[in-house]
Design a protein around this ligand. Structure first.
Ligand code: ACO
Length: 319
């Protein structure tokens, strides 16, 4: 059987940083409230020429460079995003052009905050089936575009950014992507959504969320997705070396770490500085921990995410 391994990581964060105190000057909130409820202290927000596609392309460039792979060797580009710069063409084809790639194929995946796990699972399947050998898997988001900046219950929670990995065919048994687990349930679509889309009359196109409901679902469903990944590989929480969770809220992340009995220094946290970057949060966190030397080759990494849909899932990777 063909197995996929992860050979490069990359990330891009917008130049402009907005702190909690900056927000507190414009809306009725405080650094103390945001910090204690979410763990967030600041977020990056796009400005000038920074777009979903430009950030995705830069993160992808870094992943290719680390893998030592030329752009023209890439067979497929999958971009997880809920915030494309245009309705079509897909961000993936824009990235293709920005990287000077004229072969293979690219398309976007819409699964909200679970988008990266969905894209990773899809890329893994393409590689296993022989459809592609080298796949760029990218999460890139400009959630600042979706926010009602007067709604303190949502605007303080999100940020912009992009992360990328390169998956390549050719892992040994027990290496690379070990398993992926995807779920969705449309019945809870109304607890986290964007109201309408461009051209839909009477809609605000703003993100709406019932925070407590999302929290409740996240704890239960992420636990199930984590158990599924462990059971599929005959592992226990103690076998996991690194948890790289979707970065929505420090309390949800701490809950998952506790469930796995993982000490805090085995959990990669970026939510404090990046806030929730939706589909970009896992590859951004992975990029940070690989580049600073925490995550090493051979380490067992568990990723998990939940987002609007609801969508949720997990992936287990031996680096
Ligand atoms: N600043 C100050 N006060 C605020 C703010 C703010 N930014 N936002 C809300 N409040 C107030 C509310 O108005 C409310 O006031 P009231 O009691 O006078 O009515 C009070 O704080 C408590 O509000 P709650 O919404 O009940 O606060 P809660 O403790 O549930 O925390 C939070 C809200 C942080 C959103 C929490 O529910 C949560 O983390 N939910 C998970 C949702 C999440 O992470 N979503 C991200 C997207 S989904 C994903 O990626 C998994």
């Amino acid at each position: 059987p063909i197995r996929a391994r992860l050979t490069g990581v990359g990330g891009y964060l917008p130049r402009t940083v907005v702190t909690n105190d900056d927000l507190a000057q414009k809306i009725d909130t405080s650094d103390e409230w945001i910090r204690t409820r979410t763990g967030i202290t600041q977020r990056h927000i796009v400005s000038g020429d920074e777009t979903t596609a430009s950030m995705a392309a830069e993160a992808a460039r870094q992943a290719l460079e680390q893998a030592g792979v030329n752009a023209d060797e890439v067979d497929a580009i999958l971009v997880a995003t809920s915030t494309p710069d245009q309705i079509f063409p897909a961000v993936a084809t824009q990235v293709q052009a920005l990287l000077g790639i004229t072969r293979g194929f690219g398309f976007d995946i819409s699964a909200a905050c679970s988008g990266f796990v969905y894209a990773l699972a899809s890329a893994n399947s393409f590689i296993q089936s022989g459809l592609a050998k080298k796949v760029l898997v990218i999460g890139s988001e400009v959630f600042s575009r979706l926010l009602d900046w007067n709604d303190r219950t949502t605007c303080v929670l999100f940020g912009d950014g992009a992360g990328a990995v390169l998956l390549e065919a050719g892992a040994e048994e027990g290496e690379g992507v070990l398993s992926t687990h995807l779920h969705s349930d449309g019945r809870s679509g109304d607890i986290l959504y964007v109201d309408g889309a461009v051209g839909c009359a009477g809609t605000t196109q703003h993100l709406k969320m019932l925070g407590r409901e999302v929290f409740r679902h996240a704890v239960v469903k992420l636990s199930q997705a984590v158990d599924e990944a462990l059971e599929a590989n005959n592992l226990t929480g103690q076998d996991i070396q690194w948890l790289v969770p979707h970065q929505a809220n420090l309390r949800i992340i701490d809950g998952m770490a506790k469930k796995l009995a993982l000490p805090a220094d085995r959990v990669v946290v970026t939510v404090d500085r990046h806030a929730n970057t939706s589909a970009a949060s896992i590859p951004l966190a992975l990029n940070e921990a690989v580049r600073d030397g925490r995550i090493q080759k051979g380490d067992l990494v568990l990723m998990e995410a939940l987002g609007g849909g609801l969508t949720w899932g997990s992936a287990l990777v031996r680096m």
